[in-house]
Ligand binder design. Structure first.
Ligand code: NAD
Length: 424
């Protein structure tokens, strides 16, 4: 195996987590394993410099990235992250997980991801807009509705997508709504997109819980991350009778054994942009989150959260990976040995990219569907994909993560094999 010279091969990085996941699937791929090296090499990685004139007249420079990991099955698809920890290693891993995710749910896309190393909360709105527009121009050479279609991720939202769509359109002399997804609904966005990832966590979680004989009603849910994904997943679980006993975000960890009042927490969070200070729960130390008595854990913040030590302490029966890459491979082994089922990110949080696909299809056709139609199509696509992966796990006697990787890698490597290597 050829190591890449441009990323650290430290074993704790997101890219190394991804490589270990690929190593685990290789023995199941038969003859297709011959092509697996393609998954260890991102097809294309673009690093851009973004000079920004700040509101006070000073100039700052930011690092931006767009990585297209694999395009064998179609155009690249993947979000744009604005976060101070963004680097090439993280974006590569996130792009690779998109390749696996799109194939696991059988969407006609490859995997990509982008981001800027910035804390968006320190910028004014006009600085954020200028940053976004310059970044979009810089990566404009490789994105496009038939090439690579960005979407929101941590630190970005529908407003950022509107600026991206407008900038790309200005540079091309025509309105190109299909260049990004997750846009506002009045600009070619799709109904249901904003809530789709959280909904997908709920749909896949319920399907697996039912098969494991776990009752959702009255089960205790603990949630890390109360943003777009976490808050919607939690809302749906509570609507089905579950109790959210613990919530952690970047500002605090809250605990209430009788269940946190989510509408009140959401109102607090909308006002203060954090959960700290909410008085409907006890504030506990951040590490105590992992020791809370719970039935279902939903990591919905950042990668690298479930370590071996934390996995040894967890009391849950089910982990629903709303976030991308929250579990280290060695923690996966501990969870599996302890009989805790993990619904892996590549299927659990695929609701967002599924409805992004619907948005792109609607933009191409200029024909828009009702929210009901979208939710029904998403629920069916996600449930069918989950059942297929469940059956594969039973057949191969492996974890749901390995099963999802088998299903996905077979599709990607078959496409690779049948397309062949240009120029031959
Ligand atoms: P978001 O920005 O809306 O919310 C992120 C949440 O994580 C916030 O509550 C934030 O306070 C919390 N957080 C940040 N740092 C933390 C820390 N150190 N400890 C605890 N909490 C912390 O982001 P989101 O869109 O909800 O995305 C969350 C995760 O889901 C990410 O891993 C993202 O890649 C993944 N994801 C998102 C989508 C989507 O459609 N939004 C789709 C697929 C996967």
């Amino acid at each position: 195996m050829n190591k890449l010279s441009y990323v650290s091969d430290s074993s704790t990085t997101a890219w190394s987590t991804y490589l270990q996941q690929i190593d685990r699937v290789a023995p199941y791929l038969g003859d297709l394993a011959r092509w697996i090296e393609t998954l260890r090499h991102p097809k294309r990685a673009l690093i851009v410099d973004i000079p920004l004139q700040m509101d006070d007249g000073s100039i700052r420079h930011f690092e931006g990235f767009r990585v297209q990991h694999n395009l064998s099955r179609g155009p690249g698809k993947g979000g744009i992250r604005y976060h101070p920890n963004v680097d090439l290693n993280e974006v590569m891993a996130l792009s690779a997980w998109m390749t696996i995710k799109c194939a696991a749910v059988n969407l006609p896309y490859g995997g990509a991801k982008g981001g800027i190393r910035v804390d968006p909360f320190t910028l004014s709105e006009s600085e954020l807009e200028r940053l976004t527009r310059r970044y979009t121009s810089e990566i404009g050479v490789i994105i496009g509705p038939q090439k690579d279609i960005p979407a929101p991720d941590v630190g970005t939202n529908s407003k950022v997508m509107a600026w991206m769509m407008d900038t790309y359109s200005m540079n091309h002399g025509t309105t190109v709504t299909g260049v990004v997804t997750g846009k506002p609904v009045h600009l070619g966005g799709s109904l249901g997109r904003e809530k789709a990832t959280g909904r997908g966590v709920f749909v896949t979680g319920c399907e697996v819980a039912r098969r494991l004989g776990i009752e959702i009603a009255d089960s205790r849910v603990a949630l890390q991350g109360y943003g777009n994904v976490g808050s919607e997943a939690a809302r749906l679980f509570v609507a089905t009778g579950a109790r959210v006993v613990a919530v952690q975000d970047h500002s605090a960890t809250l605990f209430n054994a009788s269940g946190i009042d989510l509408p009140a927490l959401s109102a607090w969070q909308a006002r203060h942009k954090k959960i700290a200070g909410f008085n409907g729960a006890e504030e506990i130390a951040s590490d105590a989150f992992w020791h809370v008595q719970m039935d279902i854990l939903i990591p919905a913040a950042l990668e690298g959260q479930i370590t071996r030590e934390r996995a040894e302490k967890l009391s849950c029966k089910l982990v629903l990976e709303g976030a991308n890459g929250p579990t280290y491979p060695e923690a996966d082994d501990v969870l599996s040995a302890r009989g805790i089922t993990v619904v892996p990110d590549v299927i659990c949080n695929a609701g967002g990219v599924t409805v992004s696909y619907f948005e792109w299809v609607q933009d191409m056709a200029s024909f828009f569907w009702s929210e009901n139609e979208i939710n029904q199509r998403m629920d069916k696509l996600m449930t069918d994909a989950m059942v297929h992966i469940w059956d594969k796990a039973r057949e191969k006697e492996c974890s749901l993560r390995t099963a999802a990787y088998i299903v996905a890698c077979e599709r990607i490597l078959l496409a690779r094999k049948d397309r062949g290597i240009y120029p031959g």
